[in-house]
Ligand binder design. Structure first.
Ligand code: NI
Length: 167
């Protein structure tokens, strides 16, 4: 499979707020499967539809060691949170940069699965962080938004330089 193109910061399309999925049809399932493939090929642990320029509320994650526990979340909504958890976060749209971000340690969420059925789940630690990070993408938000302006501008400049070299 040809992987989907992943948008990179500071691409303005990453700032798009995603719309709810109204029906889990073949198009959505196909997009979810392609996103998983793209994520695995890029050695990522999460990917939001926003990052592949598809602006509907769909994220995929897999934080398992063997990358064999894919999770597809459609219209995810956090309904309860607990604790705090800080980790160095990275992002396939901000390659090569890792910075500490504060998240909730535990979350409870509602979502719709690949089969179109709604479900609730709990997540903690890395999985919880990953889901929160991907859900931010659906709001047009990136992890660098939690950093200082100076740090975000520095990352922006460095990435733009690399993007120019590649072009
Ligand atoms: Ni990301």
């Amino acid at each position: 499979m040809v992987p989907l193109e992943i948008l990179e910061f500071p691409d303005p399309r990453l700032r798009t707020v995603a719309k709810p999925v109204t029906e889990v049809n073949g198009k959505i399932v196909n997009m979810a499967d392609r996103m998983l493939e793209t994520m695995y090929q890029a050695s990522g642990i999460g990917l939001a539809a926003t990052q592949v320029n598809f602006h509907q509320r769909l994220i995929v994650v897999d934080v398992s060691d063997n990358q064999d526990k894919p999770l597809i979340l459609i219209n995810p909504k956090i309904v309860a949170t607990e604790g705090e958890f800080e980790t160095n976060e990275g992002c396939l749209s901000i390659p090569g940069f890792y910075e500490p971000v504060d998240r909730f340690e535990k979350i409870q969420l509602e979502a719709i699965g690949r089969d179109g059925e709604p479900f609730t789940m709990e997540a903690e630690d890395l999985l919880a962080v990953c889901i929160q990070h991907e859900m931010d993408h659906l709001e047009g938000k990136l992890f660098v938004d939690y950093l200082s302006n100076a740090k975000r501008q520095l990352i922006r400049k460095k990435l733009q330089k690399l993007q120019k070299q590649r072009a």
